[in-house]
Write a protein that binds this ligand. Structure first.
Ligand code: MTE
Length: 311
């Protein structure tokens, strides 16, 4: 993967919580200004999630700082030039109006505006670990709802076995689209039972606010037991299929990135071990847990499968 390993992160890069609090004050003021200026509703969605339900399955580990989460990113549409590039460039992406088309093997195909998607199910805070295949991890307080609630809306046919996620291409805002390495649009896929699993969410925010563009605004998949690359950002289309969808990293480097991509310390990436990870902001590495620590909840999905072959 062109994405690099993070041996360069210093503990001093951790940002104190106070900075985030100050940002909230700023956002409140900006929201009042937007209201006066008649800006679109999603711009006002900042601070729109004040009374979130506490979702099940949240980790008790302390979340990474807002700064870590929003300035250390992978989003190749904005370039391959380093972790800060998405934060520097993604502001140019238009996220409103935004619709998501849900199609393929379903009884009720639909095109939903993001405003309607926000109403599908009560929003929850889910604090999940994210483990990147590069060897770093974070804890992120997402705002989202179970993907299963969205799937229910379209009533998949009995023949639907997989779900494909297709993400935004906006050439004027995304210089990375011109690079030959990935066959854009960036796509990801899940088995239908993985997509329906209660741990799988569609994220619309983090730390109580709408998603910053670099984290996949306005709608992003989060599958916490899989490597981070499975979590497609800025989704515009969801398609139900009977065959495994082709996925961007798998097309780019099939011997390195399989369809399943479950976090597995026993299966090394061909160029590095997956046994340990560095939590962003920490100095010492920690052991990587099978299924990123969610084995009790998801291991049964793979009963009887050879997880070395199905990497
Ligand atoms: N989604 C899109 N559309 N484009 C991308 O390049 N990168 C993936 C995933 N989703 C990516 C994407 C990878 S490799 C990772 S590790 C995670 O997003 C990173 O999410 P984060 O930047 O919010 O930590």
């Amino acid at each position: 993967m062109l994405i690099k390993r993070p041996d360069d992160i210093l503990p001093s890069e951790i940002t104190p919580r106070e900075l985030f609090e100050r940002r909230r004050e700023f956002i409140k003021a900006a929201g009042a200004f937007a209201l006066a200026a008649g800006l679109p509703p999603l711009a006002l969605a900042r601070e729109a999630f004040p009374s979130l339900q506490k979702g099940a399955h949240s980790t008790l580990e302390p979340p990474n700082s807002l700064r870590d989460i929003t300035t250390y990113n992978n989003f190749v549409e904005f370039g391959f030039g380093g972790k800060s590039q998405p934060a520097e460039r993604a502001g140019a992406m238009r996220t409103h109006p935004w619709t998501v088309s849900i199609e393929g093997l379903v009884h009720k195909p639909r095109t939903l505006a993001i405003e309607d998607i926000l109403k599908i199910a009560p929003l929850e805070e889910r604090i999940y670990r994210l483990r990147c295949v590069e060897g770093w991890s974070m804890v992120i307080p997402w705002v989202g709802f179970p993907l299963a609630a969205l799937i229910k809306q379209v009533e998949p046919l009995g023949s639907a076995k997989y779900v494909e996620f297709i993400t935004q291409t906006e050439p004027a805002a995304m210089p990375g689209l011109r690079l030959p390495y990935i066959d854009f649009p960036y796509t990801e896929g899940l088995r239908l039972d993985e997509a329906l699993h209660p741990l799988t969410i569609m994220a619309v925010g983090l730390y109580g606010d709408v998603l910053p563009n670099q984290n996949g605004a306005p709608l992003r998949l989060v599958v916490p037991w899989k490597y981070g690359f499975k979590s497609g950002k800025s989704i515009v289309k969801i398609r139900f299929t009977d065959k495994p969808p082709r996925t961007s990293w798998n097309i780019a480097q099939p011997d390195e990135y399989g369809f399943y991509a479950n976090v597995n310390p026993e299966v090394s990436h061909p160029r590095w071990s997956q046994e340990k990870e560095r939590r962003i902001g920490e100095f010492f590495k920690r052991k990587t847990l099978p299924f990123n620590g969610y084995a009790d909840l998801v291991a049964p999905l793979y009963a009887g499968m050879d997880l070395r072959k199905n990497y």
